[in-house]
Design a protein around this ligand. Structure first.
Ligand SMILES: Nc1ncnc2c1ncn2[C@@H]1O[C@H](COP(=O)(O)OP(=O)(O)OP(=O)(O)O)[C@@H](O)[C@H]1O
Ligand SMILES: N[C@@H](CCO)C(=O)O
Length: 318
């Protein structure tokens, strides 16, 4: 018996909701922009094999791979419920660059935990699984935030409510938006990009942040795409993180001049996202970003749509 789960790339923050808003995206050309994890019957309690384009960027020791930690915390939860843990042979297909702002660690975490849960006949419910995913993301980035794992797992645009036993809820978004994702090929570790943020903010920034986030969620619920796009502004992280991202300010300005209705840093960067309503504009912008924002062979640009499904089973073999 075996199961393979695919978990898609995600945009943490979406500029306007630092740590509390995130969106799952997938390329329109069918490229797998996400990790896959296979769980199969094992001869030992746990084994891990890694394959994929970015396998060389993973920690050398299997014990340092977040997939191993996922298995450990999954075992801990099954133990609490007195449910038998099965021996597993796991394979991680690492398709996502690390420290990219595309939620790379979230992809591995979500695919691993969802596949382990399915392999064991779903002993953990959605909220229990998402809580574990957040715990794993927190271990890696140094603080608990769900804005990558929640959309990656549940799909679409997710808002972290974290009340009444609910971690995240879906926000209606605009299915006709194209999200142009440009990864320059350099690494920005999330923990470092968090460490440079101020501990306190000025009153005028707090007010602006409240207006932008409230206005964005209101515009999503009242189907006003242009108002929503206008609200995609970041006063919390972008002004401080911009200096970590060579060429970002110029690329962002170009995107807006070229017809994008909004643009910003994806998660903690260096990936930049731009929203377009017209496919030709999106493709033209993607070509410009390939030439001007991508810095090396590892960089790429994809025209994406929101991925409304999130994590999904893609069969039983990689
Ligand atoms: N399977 C894995 N996938 C990604 N990173 C992993 C994995 N296992 C261990 N790591 C380690 O976790 C850390 C991930 O760092 P970081 O959070 O900056 O990356 P990221 O998840 O790609 O960031 P972002 O959310 O901005 O895309 C790195 O130190 C990396 O070596
Ligand atoms: N909300 C997180 C996302 C990290 O991908 C941050 O901006 O630090």
């Amino acid at each position: 018996m075996s199961v393979v789960v695919y978990a898609p790339a995600s945009i943490g923050n979406v500029s306007v909701g630092f740590d509390v808003l995130g969106a799952a995206v997938s390329p329109i050309d069918g490229t797998l922009l996400g990790d896959r994890v296979k769980v199969a019957d094992g001869d030992t309690p746990f084994s891990l094999q890694c394959v994929g384009a970015f396998v060389d960027k993973l920690p050398q020791q299997a014990e340092e791979n977040i997939v191993y930690r996922c298995w450990q915390v999954f075992a801990r939860e099954l133990d609490k419920k007195a449910i038998k843990l099965l021996p597993v042979s796991m394979t991680l297909e690492k398709n996502m660059p690390i420290g990219s702002g595309l939620g790379s660690s979230a992809c591995s975490i979500v695919a691993a935990l969802d596949a382990l849960n399915r392999f064991h006949d779903q002993p953990l419910n959605e909220t229990e699984l998402l809580a574990l995913m957040g715990e794993m993301e927190g271990e890696i980035s140094g603080s608990l935030h769900y804005d990558n794992v929640a959309p990656c797992f549940l799909g679409g645009l997710q808002f972290m409510v974290e009340e009444l036993g609910i971690i995240s809820q879906k926000v209606p978004c605009f299915d006709d938006w194209y999200w142009v994702m440009a990864y320059p090929g350099i690494k920005v570790p999330t923990a470092e990009a968090r460490a440079i943020l101020p501990a306190q903010y000025r009153r005028q920034d707090v007010i602006a942040h409240g207006r932008h986030l409230g206005g964005f969620i209101h515009a999503c619920h009242s189907n006003q795409p242009l108002l929503a796009a206008k609200m995609i502004k970041d006063v919390v992280a972008e002004p401080y993180r911009e200096k970590l991202l060579p060429g970002f300010a110029k690329a962002r300005q170009h995107a807006l001049d070229a017809g994008a209705i909004a643009s910003g840093i994806s998660g903690s960067g260096p990936t930049m996202f731009s929203i377009c309503t017209d496919l030709e504009v999106a493709k033209r912008l993607a070509r410009w970003l390939e030439e001007h924002y991508v810095q090396n062979d590892e960089g790429f640009v994809h025209v994406c749509r929101l991925d409304s499904l999130g994590a999904k089973v893609t069969g039983s073999e990689l």
